[in-house]
Design a protein around this ligand. Structure first.
Ligand code: RIB
Ligand code: CA
Length: 313
């Protein structure tokens, strides 16, 4: 299978960091063209810092990391320090990254990269609010048809919301950007809470990272020891859901996942249901399917892949 050329758009976030580490541990399958940071879990300055810390933890200070949008397209920023801690990467001892940010705005990097590569050869792997992608599509609509696929973590249907009763955080933060992406016509593969809540970082799975005995393994275990407390307390589950690594795992081993190609639209009008992803799962409307909406994962296979690839860093 040819290598996928990808841009990771992200708001690290411990689970984002795990997704980035999985990508960096998989150079045979993924060519990481760059990382674009967006405000989300924490403000932009921290997501930019955390993305570079993650690259340095993996010994990959060569990866270009760009600063993107500091606020949603049309709304004030909502953050999630209650989940990720004040740094956004609570758990391990952190450091001031030595690698600089890449020159230029993340939105322009996305536009230029898509224009420079042949159509259908660049995948956008999105792990946070879709602000950078929405801004790029509004600024340069010509790039939409050049996107190979957007593989995103976001949304929820049967699992309902995590930031409100109706909405998942990434979509809730910037529903206008999400609406732009879902209506764009680009090929979409969505990892909603319906599937990510089946990828739980239980204690044995976290211990497997720690048992690697490496800097990265310890870094991962310490992040997840902190990250999992929120969801285990909230849901009574025996581990925290590893949302964002579902995106990179899909790019490496798509057979780990299954779902349905259905119509998904985003609520942007109502305050009550802002950011809800309305998935026509049972096809009760004539709205055309626009997204592969995943709801099943081979969780053991997912964590085996994660552990095996982190062992390479
Ligand atoms: O709702 C989960 C998503 O919101 C994940 O991407 C997490 O990192 C946060 O961004
Ligand atoms: Ca994220």
């Amino acid at each position: 299978m040819p290598k996928r050329q990808i841009i990771i758009d992200t708001d690290p976030g411990q689970d984002d960091a795990m997704a980035i580490l999985l990508a960096l541990g998989s150079p045979q399958e993924l060519e990481l063209l760059g990382i674009t940071c967006v405000a989300g879990n924490v403000p932009l300055d921290l997501t930019c810092k955390n993305a570079r810390i993650t690259c340095e933890a993996a010994g990959r200070a060569d990866v270009p990391v760009y600063a993107g949008c500091g606020a949603p397209l049309e709304r004030p920023l909502v953050t999630a320090e209650h989940v990720h801690g004040l740094t956004g990467l609570d758990g391990p001892d952190l450091w001031e990254p030595q690698m600089p940010l890449a020159e230029g705005h993340a939105v322009d990097f996305i536009i230029h990269t898509l224009r420079r590569h042949p159509p259908g050869t660049v995948t956008l792997a999105t792990l946070g609010p879709l602000t950078n992608i929405g801004a790029a599509f509004r600024k340069a609509p010509d790039i939409i048809s050049r996107v190979q696929e957007i593989v995103m973590m976001g949304g929820a249907y049967f699992e309902v919301g995590n930031i409100t009763p109706a909405a998942e955080f990434n979509i809730y933060v910037d529903p206008e950007a999400a609406e732009c992406v879902f209506k764009s016509g680009a090929a979409l593969t969505v990892m909603p809470l319906d599937v990510t809540h089946k990828a739980l970082a239980t204690k044995p799975r976290i211990d497997a990272f720690r048992a690697l005995g490496s800097k990265v393994g310890t870094f991962a275990a310490e992040m997840l020891d902190f990250f999992e407390r929120f969801d285990t307390e909230k849901y009574g589950s025996d581990g925290g859901p590893l949302h964002d690594p579902c995106v990179t795992a899909y790019l490496i081993r798509p057979e780990l996942f299954s779902g349905k190609h259905v119509n998904v639209e985003v609520e942007v009008q109502s305050d009550l249901t802002r950011g809800m992803t309305v998935a026509d799962w049972w096809r009760v409307t004539d709205r055309a399917p626009n997204a592969m909406f995943m709801d099943q994962v081979d969780a053991d296979g997912f964590f085996s892949l994660l552990t095996e690839r982190l062992a390479r860093l």
